[in-house]
Design a protein around this ligand. Sequence first.
Ligand code: GDD
Ligand code: MN
Length: 249
Amino acid sequence: MASRKSSQPKRESRDKYSVLLPTYNERENLPLIVWLLLKYFGEGGYDYEIIIIDDGSPDGTLEVAEQLQKIYGKDKIVLRPREKKLGLGTAYIHGMKHATGNFIIIMDADLSHHVISYFIHRKQKEGGYDLVSGTRYQGNGGVYGWDLRRKLISRGANFLTQVLLRPGASDLTGSFRLYKKNVLESLVERCVSKGYVFQMEMIVRARQLNYTIGEVPISFVDRVYGESKLGGNEIVSFVRGLLTLFATT
Ligand code: GDD
Ligand code: MN
């Protein structure tokens, strides 16, 4: 009996996890990621909600999300759509404003983050961390399915940021993370970025504010359905954001 008890993560009865899923053209992926999350959190007896932030996807992702909400209920599936593609960073901020949990988990909706095995929330409980970040660049973490160009972009972004800002975390641009909600709110108050650069800015600001950061190695597996939304514009705005942070912090 004792062993069974200790295999369960310790948690306060009031803990609630709000999972933010930003989507842009994720019609094929959304049902599966939602099902996996419901299975994991449901069977684990957690209190949780899934907040889908769709940015007017032309492929009809929102209609799929509405179907899922009908099936699983409005308390589990919360829809916070926006009219058009306004960027990944602001999508998280928008979702966060509607979150009712005391913890926020952010992850991609394209199945690149495999929820079940990471125990990001267990790591949080172990160390009481303010932020837990999935890392592809430590321990047995890694990236699967990316071509050389994409690997270089990610490594380059991490390397440049490490050199300029020395944030002292191993994966600065990844987006599988857990935040205490009040911590994310205080970071967002200071946030200036709108797109993919958001992740980097959050972790840099977290360090500045002396928030505690835990890391869990993750395997990032490239999507099967649909395509990445990271384009040249995002890379330019990353570099611009990095230089702004370098100049102002
Ligand atoms: N609502 C909304 N608005 N969602 C968006 C937008 C947007 O403008 N842009 C992207 N998304 C969603 C996608 O639908 C997906 O669920 C998630 O954000 C990640 O987008 P991808 O296009 O799949 O990103 P990636 O696989 O190229 O990039 C991954 O690695 C990057 C570098 O480490 C992601 O994990 C990124 O978040 C990460 O920065
Ligand atoms: Mn992806």
